[in-house]
Structures are given as structure tokens and as C-alpha cells.
Write a new protein. Structure first.
Length: 136
């Protein structure tokens, strides 16, 4: 679906539904802006576990599905922002994150926050390029 501003709203059932008035992602020109994902199983709507490693893995799987729905993918990510409920979980999150970005990782910011939606331990948002820009 395109809006009058040329934005394409991205929604996929392969990732958790938005839990507020926002889109899973917005595609405009050759870029994708993916909203933050948390570690919810898209089928059950429940957290995959209470471990930050498991939630980080699910977050990145969910993010992958949203990006794929927008004709992009993790290898096209240029910037992520990671939000952690507890900065002491940084090393655990970082270990899993590195599995998903083994080569040429994107730019990244990581911040500790007071709380995340539904009590999540980690949330990650991303900016990516399209896999095949228009005209290619």
C-alpha cells in the first residue's frame, strides 16, 4: 500500500503485529525504516523466553521477516539502534547480534532504557537499503 507521500507501509504476518499505532516498517524510495521489534513469537504473541539471548535472537528473526517483506534483508541494514532494559545484558545481546551480522556489520547505537513494551528485555530497530533499488 502506498500513501500520497509515496511511502509504502510494510505489514507481514511473519512477524508480530504492531502493538500500537505504527507500521512494522515504512519503505520510501530505496530505503526501509523498520520499527523496533521485541522478542515475541509471531504465532503466539508471547515472549520466546525470559532470557535476553533468546529474546535477541527472536528480535532479529522478526526484523529479518519485516525487512524481507519490504524487499530488503539483514545484509542491507546500514544502521540499527538497540534498546536494552539492563545494560548489564550488553555482552549477551552482543554475542547473539554478532551471529546475525558476522561480516560488515551496520552502524549501531545501544542504549539502556527504563522500560520496553510488554516488559521486553531488548528491542532493535533498523534502517536498510532495498535489495534491488528501483530501476536496477
Amino acid at each position: 500500500m502506498y500513501t500520497s507521500e509515496g511511502k509504502q507501509i510494510i505489514q507481514t504476518g511473519n512477524a508480530p503485529k504492531a502493538i500500537g499505532p505504527y507500521s512494522q516498517a515504512v519503505r520510501i524510495q530505496d530505503m526501509v525504516f523498520a520499527s523496533g521489534q521485541i522478542g515475541l513469537d509471531p504465532t503466539t504473541g508471547e515472549f520466546v523466553s525470559n532470557a535476553v539471548e533468546d529474546q535477541t535472537r527472536q528480535v532479529l528473526i522478526n526484523l529479518t521477516k519485516v525487512l524481507e517483506a519490504a524487499d530488503s534483508g539483514l545484509k542491507f541494514v546500514i544502521k540499527t539502534t538497540v534498546f536494552l532494559k539492563d545494560i548489564n545484558d550488553f555482552a549477551k545481546m552482543n554475542g547473539v547480534y554478532g551471529e546475525f551480522f558476522p561480516d560488515h556489520p551496520p552502524a549501531r547505537s545501544t542504549v539502556a532504557v527504563a522500560a520496553l513494551p510488554k516488559g521486553a528485555l531488548v528491542e532493535i530497530e533498523a534502517i536498510a537499503l532495498l535489495a534491488r533499488p528501483k530501476g536496477d
